[in-house]
Design a protein around this ligand. Structure first.
Ligand SMILES: [Zn+2]
Length: 303
């Protein structure tokens, strides 16, 4: 819970920093209202140019993460487009989209910069994603998304985990905060080896609130007159997951098979010296117990 609390503190510090943690305590709850915090910030444009900056020749780097992240970007574009076409009153969202580019060089002029680091992003919590936003008068100037490729124990994230974590951080880059619903992609805690996350009607309803100015661009300023940071409550509890196109869905590869992933994670955990030492000690104790001759009662003759 301490980890969660830390996240909460980070999140509430002016909403400049939002993070996700790879912790495993996800608690069930009775769901009466699906709500989503918003940061009270918006963009003054509808095409968000996002630059994926890949590391150069780093031993920890796995190029597969570019694909995972591009699929997450595509998932947001799919969900926004579907919502604009299928939910009346939200057609104005149809021109909102991410426009990704990939580079291994320093470039300027992009709205969002996405970087990868090897290690987790905080020493005390197992943070695997962190989004920082700079704004002026509640208008986002630019945004940086950092994604870790390994947990604090040094275990490499899977392709599917990277897609889920990127999905969450991209939600922050759109001005979203955290959801109260454990099944939502904007829930602040994440369990590794999770199934493929979907974007919900709640998430896009939050995006529609952040970008409500698209209905009437002349009333954009001042932003705080039409956009507050109060949580968004989904009308009539119409919580649904939005469809994703096949090219942006998690591929059904062996590397994304949950059983194979669990085995890989177990091996990764076992090769840590301190854990290996405990396991070996346990096995030695078992062998010693097995070798001690045990006194057995002679079976009684049947009478
Ligand atoms: Zn977060």
């Amino acid at each position: 819970m301490r980890k969660f609390f830390l996240l909460f503190l980070l999140f509430s510090s002016l909403f400049l920093t939002a993070s996700i943690s790879a912790i495993s305590q996800v608690q069930g709850q009775n769901q009466n209202n699906y709500s989503l915090q918003i940061q009270g910030l918006t963009w003054n444009r509808t095409t968000l140019n996002i630059l994926l900056v890949t590391p150069n020749n780093e031993s920890w780097w796995n190029p597969i993460y570019v694909n995972s992240t591009l699929r997450a970007i595509g998932q947001w574009n799919d969900a926004i487009s579907y919502f604009a076409s299928n939910y009346s009153n939200f057609g104005y969202l149809s021109s909102l989209k991410f426009e990704p580019a990939v580079t291994n060089e320093t470039k300027t002029g992009f709205d969002i910069y996405l970087n990868w680091t090897e290690t987790t992003l905080d020493n005390t919590a197992d943070e695997v994603g962190l989004t920082s936003t700079t704004d002026q008068n509640n208008v986002i100037i630019n945004c940086t998304v950092n994604l870790a490729t390994h947990t604090s124990h040094g275990d490499a994230l899977s392709d599917g985990d990277m897609q889920n974590i990127a999905l969450h951080e991209l939600g922050h880059s759109l001005g979203l905060g955290h959801s109260n619903y454990t099944g939502d992609v904007m829930y602040p805690a994440y369990t590794l080896l999770g199934s493929a996350d979907s974007i919900s009607t709640l998430d896009i309803y939050g995006v529609a609130t952040v970008f409500a100015w698209m209905l009437n661009p002349s009333k954009f300023y001042p932003v705080n007159e039409w956009l507050q940071s109060d949580p968004v409550i989904l009308p009539s509890n119409q919580y649904e997951y939005l469809p994703v196109s096949p090219q942006n869905a998690r591929p059904q590869t062996l590397a994304n098979n949950p059983i194979v992933q669990t085995l890989i994670l177990m091996v990764e955990i076992l090769i840590h010296p301190e854990i290996l030492a405990i396991v070996l000690l346990f096995i030695i104790v078992l062998i010693i117990i097995a070798l001690i001759p045990s006194k057995r009662k002679k079976p009684k003759a049947a009478s």
